[in-house]
Ligand binder design. Structure first.
Ligand code: GRF
Length: 202
């Protein structure tokens, strides 16, 4: 069966990348194959996760000139069909999104439209949720467009906020109970559509 070639873009520890790799290993990511990891931060923990899984990994520092050109070149060289932003902290320009022919999806650690957009990432998202006193938060997978966290929503999963939660305990629960479940499911859903299109073109 034809599959979608997936690139995962990372910046940090790579727990969402690991969830994707584990999903692939147990046969749950059956319509896609993780063909490339791109880390925009040298030394990111996600790099070691890619190496352990024997997935090609390109380190392209975000701060270096020509970052987007180099990422686009790597995606083309590896014949990538879709990109997954997994703990990726870079903001991709509208020009990049227009020039990459496939879909790009992102996992955000809140229920969009809450606690999202410019400046909302990492622990800050959970700090904002706690400051607001919400009783439920969660994670969202959405398509990426030129507006930070602005693309069409693909899937969401809710998580309870518990008394005494800190940003750290809440982040952990959202990762365990929402992100690591939702992202592989959404990646499979999008990959299945691409694989189907590939089959039709045969
Ligand atoms: C975490 O804040 C997670 O909620 C968000 O990105 C950060 C790191 O994720 N999605 P990862 O461990 O690098 O996947």
């Amino acid at each position: 069966m034809l599959t979608a070639r997936i690139a995962v873009l990372v910046s940090g520890g790579g727990t969402n990348l690991q969830a994707l790799l584990d999903s692939q290993a147990r046969g749950a990511l059956k319509s896609g194959e993780i063909a490339l990891v791109i880390a925009d931060k040298p030394g990111a923990g996600a790099i070691a996760r890619a190496e352990r899984a024997h997935v090609p990994c390109a380190v392209i520092p975000r701060r270096e000139a020509g970052f987007e050109e180099r990422v686009l070149a790597a995606l083309a060289e590896h014949k990538i069909d879709m990109a997954v932003l997994a703990g990726f902290l870079g903001i991709l320009s509208g020009d990049f999104i227009d020039r990459f022919p496939g879909p790009i999806i992102n996992i955000h650690p809140a229920l969009i439209p809450s606690f999202c957009g410019k400046g909302f990432y990492g622990l800050g998202v959970h700090r904002a949720a706690l400051d607001c006193g919400v009783k439920v938060t969660g994670a969202t997978v959405h398509y990426v467009n030129a507006i930070p966290d602005g693309g069409r929503i693909i899937a969401q999963k809710a998580v309870d906020v518990l008394p005494g939660d800190t940003p750290e305990t809440l982040q952990r629960r959202v990762m365990e109970q929402a992100e690591w479940i939702l992202l592989p499911q959404a990646a499979e859903q999008v990959a299945a559509g691409i694989a189907e299109e590939k089959e039709k073109k045969l």
